[in-house]
Structure formats: structure tokens, C-alpha cells
Design a protein around this ligand. Sequence first.
Ligand code: ADP
Length: 324
Amino acid sequence: PRAHELKTKAAAQLKSSRDKEHPPPPPNNVVEPPSSDRKDGTVYQVGKLLGKGGFAICYEGRAAGASKRIALKIVKSKMPTKMEQKFQTELQIHSKMRHQNIVQFHRAFTFENCTYLVLELCPNGSLMDMVKRRKGLTEPEVRFYTVQIAGAIKYMHAKGIIHRDLKMGNIFLDKHMNAKIGDFGLAALLLNGKDMQVMRRTTLCGTPNYIAPEILEKGRKGHDHMVDIWSLGIIVFAMLTSKPPFQSATTDEIYRRAKDRDYEWPSSESKTISQEAKDLVATMLQDADMRPDPDTIVSHPFFTSGYMPVGSDINVKLREGAPE
Ligand code: ADP
């Protein structure tokens, strides 16, 4: 009991230290200041709380006079430098994305010392919530979501963006239960296929005379973007089994197991996972230069070895077991 008390106390302390970073609850009406494209600004009516992240707090909302609901993601305008940087990257990259499986970014503005992002509303929680609730999805469902996420990755990579933080908790579900990638806080812009940060580090550190040609070569792709394919491999495994493959008590142990590809498919009488599904995951967890690109992923036999739902089917199926 004593250990439990201490744990609860530690958790409470962590929570209150975290709450300091979160903005206070917004007023019922939030006013967007006039801008060049909206001269009279817009009033947003704030609805229910959707969730809290590291620094952001998210509410449902609606522009006065409009019927469509949106999500308002709010952060304090003054944040610790590191978070500020993360948030600026997120804003810059996310605002340039337009894809049916990426949370649509509508606008951003400042109101009462907070920055507001107006985003497409995903009212059905995250993929993680659903997979936990359902204790794993069926293979047809996994086909459906893998195709959607691979499509979004293809789009991002074609635009020179690597997401770098793809996980089930960052994939939200819209009102039709489609997957939408959100949270671009760790994303990076590739220049000529190279990570900009690496580029900057290399170019700033030395004289250009010493830079290898492949770093500057136009059109040459490094393998940096393949980190997103690895993450998709983990996501597919977790959608099938409800747990990520290398889950362990310590971070070191997770890294060790990932390096050794030390994972096991659960054996259960109630649910057998097909050889095609297992093979698909194995291809995505290879060394970076061996990992398949999104087009290669969706042409894997897994996608033709069984039923592949279309949007309207999934909507009905996945709602079963959803909370009221
Ligand atoms: P952070 O960048 O601080 O990690 P998130 O982007 O994870 O914040 O958002 C915090 C929470 O807000 C999420 O866990 C989710 O519950 C909710 N949320 C974020 N974006 C949306 C959205 N577009 N629609 C609905 N809920 C969202």
C-alpha cells in the first residue's frame, strides 16, 4: 500500500507540473484577429475537451454561423525554447499538408497569449484507443488502415517530409472512421532527400569543400525517410496483436530487441495471424535500405489474400464496440 501511495503522489506531482505547461481553459468564445484573408476575423464557439498532449490542449469548436465542427488545438504563446521550436516546425510543416489521411490544417492565430490551430475534427479518438478497446483488429481492418497510412506516408515523402513520430496515438479517426495522421511536432523537411537538420549541421560545421557529393546531389534519396516505414511495421504488428513487438520494461531493452529484431507473434486459438501479414511486417522491419516504399507495401500479397473493406463497410464494423 505504501508503494502505491508513493506512486499516486508521484503521478499527482507529475500531473500538476505538466498542467503548468498547458494553457488555461479557453473562454466560451474565442476571437480570431482580423487578417488579410479574413478582414473581420472569426468567432469560434468552444465545445467539449477532446484531450491533452504534452503541451497542447484540444477542444471541439465551431466557427460562429458555420455548421461544421472543427478541433481547436491550443498552446501557450510563450513556451520553453525547445517546445517553441517543436511547435514552429509543426506549424510550418503541417500547414503545407493536404491529403485525405492527414488531419487537415485550416488556420492558426493568436488570442489572449495562446496560439490556436484550427484543425479538422477527428471525433473518434486515436487508433491506439480503438486497438486497445478492441484488443487487436481483424485482418480486413488492418488492410484498410495500412493502405490509408501508407498513402499518407507516400504523400509526405513525395513532399520531402519525414514524420519521424508515427504511432497509433498520433493517428486519429474522423467521423467516418478513416485514419488521419496528426501531430507533426517531430517532422523534418528533407532537402534533396537529406534531412535538413543533418544538412545544416554538415554545412555549418565545415567548409563546403569537404561535403560529399551525395549530400548535395539533386534527386538522390538518403534512407532517412525509411524511419517512417519502420514505424508503419510496428503499427501493423500492433494493430494485429494490440501490442508493439518489442515492448519491454526498459527503453534499453526495447532498443536491444529492435536491433536484434527480437519479436514473437502471439499464439492463440481464437485468433490466427496469416503468414502474409507476418511477412509484410518482416519486410518493413528490415534494414533501412531494404525496406519497401509505400507502393511496394500496398502491392504485397497480404492485401489480396483476403477481404479488403471499402470506407462504408469499415464505418459500420468499427463502430461496434465503440463507447457511447
Ligand atoms: P501534443 O502535440 O501536445 O502531443 P496532440 O496533438 O497529441 O498534442 O493532441 C492532444 C490530444 O488532443 C490528442 O491526444 C487527442 O486526444 C486530441 N486531438 C488532437 N488533435 C485532434 C483532432 N484533430 N481532432 C480531435 N482530437 C484531437
